[in-house]
Design a protein around this ligand. Structure first.
Ligand code: PLP
Length: 413
């Protein structure tokens, strides 16, 4: 089939705007009339630096990210290792900051007493925040990881709600927390926070809803997300890091004190101060991926000329697509949306057909493909149907899916 005849609703990697890919095909052969393709230019060349600066500037505008070197400013880092790499990176970096602050100048006995108080808070509301909490436990020991809430306990063992803050469990360890972690949009379970939760040293995984709505950046200490859903191609991860956890505003614990306390320092490529100091060019950065991200972000900026925030146009479009789809799903007995109404994701719409009837769901997927609608199978761990509504999924694609949903429910598909 031709690209224009296929609509892809997969959870990631996700579709990219066709004009960006057309331009990409050209720059792969010859970047800006240099006679060299973009993947062949040095990441230290002036061209690469301009690409990086443009992407950082575009993101700053889109999400209104405070600039400057003061404690209120944020750095924009491009990393590799995906969202999963950041599960580890946030632990290494924030534990290091916490330890340096809490144990500086203490003798070994006193320092050990402090380390016993190390605590990381995790809000587990779906399979990705669960994975992140498991990585924290693997790295620093589960005694330091406090599961503030596990939403499965509020819903017959299954994800699909975000419990209210008054049900959160306090930790047995009473101390300031190194980080409070949440996943803004749970890709597998179709659950999205309506707004950022409260928490000290707030860290957000925005891998699957980045650039789909405005974000209260100032409330966070770190925000990260893999690029491969709303931003660009697989291969880079974007992190927005508060200066408060970077030198000179914060010190990191050195390897001797970390080891003495039974912890280790993190790998250098995950070390935020190192990546920030080198403006994301500590090691070879895949500049092509940064270029793609920059082109995608430029389109969003162009679409929202004169508006505040600059993500407003995309937010309105994302909201509308999701609203229209949920309206059809709610309007028929054939479909059941999995998560609770109050926390439904605008990005990943998870639903069952005839209460999860295997034959009906198979028939639904087969019929969808015959109309050019692909990628609708739910994640293997939960089954069912999942329509991912990322930024590059057009209104036209959503309209086609809506027509199919109606026809299938009416027995006309
Ligand atoms: N976080 C979320 C919300 C995700 O959806 C994913 C992947 O789908 C990840 C983290 C893991 O990202 P990666 O595969 O880039 O490591």
């Amino acid at each position: 089939p031709r690209r224009e005849d296929v609509h892809y609703f997969g959870a990631g990697p996700a579709p990219l705007p066709t004009p960006v890919l057309e331009e990409a095909a050209k720059v792969l052969l010859n970047y800006n009339d240099t006679g060299i393709g973009i993947t062949e230019i040095s990441h230290r060349s002036p061209e690469a630096n301009a690409i990086l600066a443009h992407a950082q500037d575009a993101l700053r505008q889109l999400l209104d990210i405070p600039a400057g070197d003061g404690p209120e400013g944020f750095q924009i880092l491009f990393l590799q290792g995906g969202g999963s790499g950041e599960f580890s990176a946030v632990v290494y970096n924030l534990v290091s900051v916490w330890l340096a602050k809490r144990t500086k100048g203490l003798d070994e006995t006193k320092a050990a007493e402090e380390v016993a108080k190390l605590r990381l808070d995790y809000l587990v509301t779906g399979s990705w925040s669960l994975k992140a909490s498991q990585e924290a436990a693997r790295l620093i020991g589960k005694e330091h990881v406090n599961i503030v809430t596990d939403s499965r306990e509020h819903r017959n063992g299954k994800f699909g709600v975000i419990p209210s803050a008054d049900t959160y469990k306090p930790s047995a360890i009473a101390a300031d927390v190194a980080l409070t972690y949440y996943c803004d949009n749970e890709t597998v379970d179709g659950v999205e926070f309506q707004s950022a939760p409260e928490g000290e040293n707030l860290v957000a995984d925005m891998s699957s809803n980045f650039l789909s709505r405005k974000v209260d950046v100032r409330k966070h200490i770190a925000i990260f997300g893999g690029a491969q859903k709303n931003i660009g191609t697989t291969g880079i991860t974007i992190a927005i890091i508060s200066n408060k956890i970077l030198p000179p505003h914060a010190a990191m614990a050195d390897s001797v004190s970390m080891r003495r306390l039974g912890l280790s320092v993190g790998p250098v490529i995950l070390d935020y101060p190192t990546v920030a100091k080198n403006n994301s060019l500590y090691n070879t950065l895949p500049i092509f991926d940064v270029w793609i991200a920059g082109r995608v972000m430029q389109r969003l900026l162009d679409a929202s000329e004169g508006q505040t925030p600059r993500i407003a146009t995309q937010q309105a479009e994302s909201d509308k697509k999701a609203r229209d789809l949920y309206a059809v799903l709610d309007g028929s007995d054939v479909y059941t949306v999995v998560p609770d109404k109050s926390v439904r994701s605008r990005m990943n719409l998870c639903f069952r057909i005839k209460g999860g009837d295997a034959d009906a769901e198979k028939a639904f997927l087969k019929g969808a493909e015959s109309r050019g609608l692909f990628g609708l199978k739910g994640h293997r761990s939960v089954g069912g149907i999942r329509a991912s509504n990322y930024n590059a999924v057009s209104l036209a694609a959503v309209e086609k899916l809506i027509q199919y949903l109606k026809d299938f429910a009416d027995g006309k598909a």
